[in-house]
Design a protein around this ligand. Structure first.
Ligand SMILES: Cc1cc2nc3c(=O)[nH]c(=O)nc-3n(C[C@H](O)[C@H](O)[C@H](O)COP(=O)(O)OP(=O)(O)OC[C@H]3O[C@@H](n4cnc5c(N)ncnc54)[C@H](O)[C@@H]3O)c2cc1C
Length: 357
């Protein structure tokens, strides 16, 4: 059982804020604190952590620790590991909870080793069962759920996003205890010289979106007139993503096409692939279009709560119990209609009275 919990987070490199995933981990840490009567410490890493600390200072943490300054402004293994290690030692926590961001996924296993502790990644929940702390995570592409108990301490746990309710209290004044970290020159060798990111239009993967929109290979197949309509498919999908704010997923067949010199949707990459050899995103709702709903694809829908699909084939995989609702229809027509409705919603036609005014 934990006596002392450290909630460990880094602020974003761009705005110095805490991502939603960090607020979720704080929510989980506070729940455990209540269950176990432990002390809670906050540990923050970033160039300037004050604004972020103020947003969460209203929670009932005993201390707020920070490793700050230009050395930890950007992700770098050597400085991040030193900062996290210093915070863990200063907090003397036996349980350390952190969001599973790419920055932390790279360093916290190494930190656990330095602390002579243990670490678990991809954890989806933490609970007290028979006075023992238990973590759960999924194995074999989300088909088997494992429950982990550990004797080793400190225990570092990286929690997946979308699994806990985010803490949402009011901001308060924060008193931050700065933890000094002296980096050897060798730890400063790697320098971030710039960031190359795709145009914001092309950023189609949005983990916080309420809807996952999935496109399958059908979008590029010959349609009723005997021809493919890839340009039209691109426009329909991009218009929908813009209007709805949905995140974009793809089936393996569709994302593989670019490597096979077939007609492709240009914004679709392997990062969008959902399924057994792809990702398992978490969204409240999912809409699949022109995708057959084969098991290796659908296993990636494990954490989509409400599933709908559009397919011309009434015998597709979705019809066999994999979707809550299947629309047997032409996805080109459905999406065109949906886009028109979304456009109308964002620019409602003026009522006659309003027109007169
Ligand atoms: C070991 C292994 C791992 C795999 N891992 C993955 C994975 O991670 N992710 C994954 O996606 N797949 C994976 N697959 C492949 C998977 O089994 C399927 O082959 C793939 O998902 C099928 O993709 P699809 O449905 O897009 O294409 P298709 O099977 O070609 O289906 C296209 C569908 O589009 C429909 N359609 C066509 N035109 C229209 C229209 N106008 N309106 C509506 N519907 C239309 C058709 O009726 C058809 O059902 C894996 C396979 C194996 C063997």
């Amino acid at each position: 059982m934990a006596q002392s919990i450290l909630f460990l987070a880094h602020v974003s490199e761009a705005g110095g804020t805490l991502p939603k995933a960090a607020h979720e981990v704080l929510g989980a840490a506070l729940k455990l604190k209540e269950q176990t009567g432990s002390r809670l410490t906050i540990g923050l890493i970033g160039e300037n952590v004050e604004p972020a600390a103020e947003t969460i200072a209203g929670c009932s943490a005993e201390r707020i620790l920070g490793v700050t300054g230009p050395d930890v402004a950007t992700a770098r293994y050597a400085s991040d590991a030193a900062a996290a290690e210093a915070l863990c030692r200063a907090a003397a926590a036996d349980l350390i909870l952190a969001p599973a961001t790419s920055r932390f996924m790279r360093v916290l296993a190494g930190v656990a080793h330095r602390l002579n502790g243990c670490v678990d990644t991809h954890v989806t929940s933490l609970d007290v069962v028979n006075v023992e702390l238990c973590a759960t995570r999924w194995y074999y592409r989300q088909r088997i759920e494992g429950v982990i108990r550990r004797d080793g301490r400190p225990w570092i746990v990286l929690l997946e996003s979308g699994c806990s309710a985010a803490w949402a209290g009011v901001a308060a004044r924060a008193t931050i205890e700065k933890i000094p970290v002296t980096l050897p020159e060798a730890a400063r060798r790697t320098v971030v010289t710039g960031i190359r990111a795709p145009k914001s239009d092309a950023q189609t993967i949005r983990p916080d979106a309420g809807l996952l929109f999935v496109a399958g290979a059908g979008w590029t197949k010959k349609q009723a007139d005997g021809k493919p309509h890839v340009d039209q498919a691109e426009t329909l999908i991009l218009d929908f993503l813009r209007a709805s704010g949905a995140s974009l997923g793809g089936s393996k067949s569709l994302v593989d096409q670019s490597g096979e010199s077939q007609a492709v949707l240009r914004f679709m990459t392997h990062l969008n692939q959902v399924g057994q050899t792809g990702s398992t995103p978490r969204h409240p709702k999912g809409l699949s279009t022109c995708c057959h709903g084969e098991e290796p694809h659908v296993v990636g829908w494990r954490f989509i709560n409400e599933r709908r699909a559009v397919n011309l084939d009434p015998n597709c995989g979705w019809a066999r119990g994999k979707a809550d609702v299947l629309y047997v229809a032409d996805a080109f027509e459905v999406m065109a209609k949906l886009n028109a409705l979304l456009l109308e919603k964002s620019h409602p036609k003026l009522e006659p009275a309003a027109q007169l005014a």
